[in-house]
Design a protein around this ligand. Structure first.
Ligand SMILES: [Zn+2]
Length: 405
């Protein structure tokens, strides 16, 4: 049966993902649900991804997922009649609580995603196979906004930094010499493709050398030690451990943001954030994971340029309002909104929006068929708001909202 949705906001219910690297309390506290001692709450997804689409309750308590709603009601999402037939929901909004480090990874660009997807289809790799890398045809540029101090790996470090890290250790003498004499790309590929027993020996000797030493969070070695303490011994032969020495370690403060373009190596290390990306799950992993690592594919799509991390400071365009948009990517953007008593916010949407309340309680008022209507959301609740829709927000207490579009 086809369900017609009015062009009104709807409460949107996301999906929790219980990956083992997740923390236990942050997401349950945000959502107002009970935490469970043995169940990590790693991610909370809001969007129309086939693997975990958000749902909407409407009319007589019928529940519908966002993918189905989109099929039946494209006009809710787009005004472009050309686009209606192939319209895809433009982004996925996630809350992440990173307790253990995540894998070192890159994401493909559009052309690579499409080619990779076709190739894996041709080889009949099932979507639920751990060997499947390209789960859709989409690219996956990512932006994130820190909700706490947030640590991550982001791009290759400048040459002199890599040099000074490698040259400190006797156990790394050979790879330091290689790095001195060769381009970063050649030296890094050589390291990653060494025979397994040679890699295991380097890692073993290096970890022994690190053992008595202490580091702060700004150093790559701190995260190497943290990783080796969080995994079982049989995972200590992963050359990804050494690769950390080649990357920038970046710390974001609350509300600061960073963008990850296709091909840029990155890994989340610790903290909580909001992550917004295109609607894709295409991840090419290069290390630090029990999941499938295809090192040749990783090296083939990797951007070897030195990266000077660009951290976007939260600059208010008006009181309490920060716009996050990235010149590298016009597929999505985000707004951070802090509202105080007596303050209001007015908007006419130019794209479909998802709005999540991070703190407080907000009332959204609008006119529908000549009637004044309103809907209230509190901490942890989210709204789906249609395109071309006018609304006003007010609050009776200090509140924080994040919306993506
Ligand atoms: Zn990523």
């Amino acid at each position: 049966m086809k369900n017609n949705f009015n062009k009104q906001p709807y409460l949107l219910h996301g999906k929790v993902r219980n990956y083992d690297w997740g923390g236990y309390d942050f997401i349950p506290k945000l959502l107002g649900i009970n935490s469970q001692p043995n169940t990590p709450h790693a991610e909370y997804w809001l969007g129309a991804h086939e693997q975990a689409p958000s749902t909407i309750n409407f009319d007589n308590n019928i529940t519908m997922n966002l993918c189905d709603m989109l099929q039946d009601n494209p006009a809710y999402f787009t005004q472009n009649t050309q686009e209606i037939r192939d319209y895809k929901f433009p982004f996925l909004l996630k809350i992440l609580d990173v307790k253990k480090m995540l894998s070192i990874q890159i994401h493909p660009n559009l052309a690579e995603a499409s080619t990779g997807y076709e190739a894996e289809n041709k080889h009949q790799i099932p979507f639920n196979s751990p060997l499947r890398v390209f789960k859709d045809r989409n690219h996956k540029p990512e932006m994130m906004i820190a909700l706490s101090k947030f640590w991550l790996i982001h791009g290759f470090a400048p040459q002199d930094i890599i040099n000074s890290r490698l040259s400190k250790y006797q156990s790394l003498k050979k790879i330091a010499d290689d790095f001195d004499n060769q381009h970063l790309e050649t030296a890094f590929k050589k390291l990653m493709l060494l025979p397994k027993n040679a890699q295991t020996e380097i890692i073993h000797d290096f970890l022994l050398e690190l053992e008595p030493l202490h580091f702060d969070k700004n150093s790559a070695e701190f995260w190497i030690k943290k990783y080796t303490q969080q995994v079982s011994k049989d995972l200590l032969n992963d050359i990804g451990i050494i690769s950390i020495l080649y990357f920038n370690i970046v710390a974001l403060n609350y509300k600061e943001s960073i963008f990850q373009a296709p091909g840029l190596p990155h890994a989340y290390l610790e903290g909580q954030n909001i992550e917004i990306m295109t609607n894709s799950d295409n991840v090419i992993r290069g290390g630090l994971t029990v999941k499938h690592i295809d090192i040749n594919l990783f090296l083939e799509h990797l951007n070897f340029s030195e990266t000077i991390p660009y951290v976007y400071k939260p600059i208010e365009t008006s009181k309490g309002l920060v716009e996050y948009s990235f010149k590298e990517c016009n597929a999505f953007g985000a707004t951070w909104l802090e509202l105080s008593l007596e303050q209001s916010y007015h908007c006419i949407t130019s794209k479909v929006e998802i709005m999540l309340c991070i703190q407080g309680l907000v009332r959204l008022a609008y006119i529908f068929e000549g009637q004044a209507c309103f809907i209230t959301i509190s901490k942890g609740e989210a709204l789906l708001i249609p395109i071309g829709f006018e609304y006003h927000l007010t609050t009776k207490e200090f509140s924080i909202l994040v919306k993506s579009y």
